[in-house]
Write a protein that binds this ligand. Structure first.
Ligand SMILES: C[S@@+](CC[C@H](N)C(=O)[O-])C[C@H]1O[C@@H](n2cnc3c(N)ncnc32)[C@H](O)[C@@H]1O
Length: 206
């Protein structure tokens, strides 16, 4: 009979193996060979909790994969009933359904976010947290995703997004078009590769 610790280890290994399999299928859509490390997932969750600033409504996670950031969001105190996970890959969405019973799991393309949320009658959105590989997706798709996120968010609501790159993960043209204000977190050197968590908001007056 496996102990809780060994069961966690087995589940996490199963997640990593599935992640790698899906990366071999669609490297650009996955953007990473293995799931986010614990420190990065914790930094994403802590940034999201701070960014909420008491706003009511759902926290929407884009590109939930095998749920590493999801686990950190739950551990940081965001109730499962307040979480909606969007994942386009059917095998990863099925994995999420098997491992998370509380959050709403929406199998679909983040580029259709406002429509997906309306179909699920999710209600108001408080923040969006994304591990989508924005820098490796084509410009047109990134435009669609980021416009969709800020159509879904109320003014002042935050998009939390990580990047391995040096520049902000939302391209400058889009930031200017939507008048987004970005705030950069500290680089997490102990993640492989090192990553930075950014927060983008459209101020009330923009
Ligand atoms: C870098 S992985 C992050 C997975 C997980 N959140 C983590 O941090 O380990 C990116 C995820 O985004 C998903 N994805 C890519 N494009 C997407 C899209 N347009 N809509 C929804 N999910 C997408 C991929 O299938 C993959 O699971």
């Amino acid at each position: 009979m496996p102990t809780i610790e060994s069961r966690h280890g087995l589940e996490s290994r199963a997640g990593t193996t599935l992640f790698l399999k899906r990366w071999l299928r669609r490297p650009f859509a996955m953007g990473a060979v293995i799931p986010s490390g614990r420190l990065l997932a914790e930094a994403m969750a802590a940034t999201t909790v701070r960014a909420l600033e008491g706003r009511p409504g759902h926290v929407v996670e884009l590109g939930a994969g095998t749920g590493e950031v999801t686990k950190a969001l739950l551990a940081a105190g965001i109730p499962a009933a307040r979480l909606a996970l969007v994942e386009r890959d059917p095998e990863l969405a099925a994995f999420l359904r098997r491992h998370f019973s509380g959050p709403a799991i929406i199998e679909g393309d983040a580029a259709r976010l406002p429509r997906l949320l309306a179909e699920r009658k999710t209600g108001p959105i408080a923040a969006v947290v994304s591990s989508l590989p924005l820098l490796s997706l084509p410009t047109g798709i990134v435009n669609g995703i980021v416009h969709g996120v800020f159509d879904a968010l109320p003014r002042g609501g935050a998009l939390v997004q990580f990047t391995y790159g040096l520049s902000p993960p939302v391209p400058r043209a889009l930031r200017q078009q939507l008048r987004l204000v970005g705030a950069r977190g500290q680089r997490i050197w102990r993640n492989v590769p090192p990553a930075v968590v950014w927060t983008f908001r459209r101020p009330q007056e923009a």
